[in-house]
Ligand binder design. Sequence first.
Ligand SMILES: Nc1ncnc2c1ncn2[C@@H]1O[C@H](COP(=O)(O)OP(=O)(O)OP(=O)(O)O)[C@@H](O)[C@H]1O
Ligand SMILES: [Mg+2]
Length: 341
Amino acid sequence: MIRFEQVTKQYEKEAQTITAVRDVNLHIEQGEIFGIIGYSGAGKSTLLRMINGLELPSSGKIIVEGADVQTLAAKSLRAQRQKIGMIFQHFNLLWSRTVAQNIALALEVAKTPKDQIATRVTELIQLVGLQGREEAYPSQLSGGQKQRVGIARALANNPHILLADEATSALDPETTEAILALLSDINQKLGITIVFITHEMEVVKKLAHRVAVMEAGRVVETGDVLTIFQNPQQAITKRFVGEATTETDYELTLDELAHKYPQGQLWTLRFSQGEVEKPILASAMKLFNVDFSIIQGSISKTKEGAIGQLTVLVQTENLHDLTAVKTYIEAQDVKVQEVTQ
Ligand SMILES: Nc1ncnc2c1ncn2[C@@H]1O[C@H](COP(=O)(O)OP(=O)(O)OP(=O)(O)O)[C@@H](O)[C@H]1O
Ligand SMILES: [Mg+2]
């Protein structure tokens, strides 16, 4: 559907070369919700903007639905862009136009026959849940409602792909939830491929099927969300996963416990769906001469299912035995990570 082949993007600025995107190879499947996460300046927006030709690569290729974005002539690029909708952090609405007029604009630009515009606008208003607000101006809407207008406008010309650049970053947590639910719903109902950017792992967890982690222009890790949460490889990915699961209080507790029980070990166990319900610790206690005290636990829901995390203090008379315990637990597909301080 969308394929990046060895894509690099450089900007020349005051005799300096900035490499915004470096050697990226990526394949986004039709119908999936694909997240791109990274810190500020990682190259996320540049990468996203190359999908609809707003930026062109310095080298490499981007193939969208079989066509090379770069070789499309200006005219067909416009047609191509209509197949790709985009939403933004600050909504980019026209302040002098009502909700209905903002949405209609996308249809006017695409030269939709006048008599079809009103019907389509009504459909879109319903799709995004803005009934009754058609005649309101953007200044009279909440942030969530503004983004709903943005989404309706982006979907006006029946795009195959929806790009979202930090679409929920300006919204409070509850409104974010509602917008993420709307995007999931749109993906399911209409089968639209969604590529979104965020710097929050929470958003990835709730919305994405798969995710790419970007750092300094490179995609350093890609995978489905469950695997990334369960088994992050790169340091930066571990940091993002940690941000989505740890709290300061909890870290303090860990520190205190490590001091209190220097003879024990702290382990973080990561369970995926299925393992969450198994009595793995109980059976390990029976089999080995070992005690577990539960310090912290959580289950979070991702799009693909539940993942659980449990931090336990492991105590035994003979630390030597712990290797066997670890092996036993890992054999049940539970990841064990020793918490070090
Ligand atoms: N038009 C441009 N001219 C020069 N440099 C640019 C341009 N656009 C982006 N850059 C640089 O490229 C790098 C990547 O920028 P980009 O906007 O893609 O990052 P980002 O991951 O989207 O960051 P943020 O999270 O802050 O939006 C940055 O160093 C940025 O300064
Ligand atoms: Mg950006």
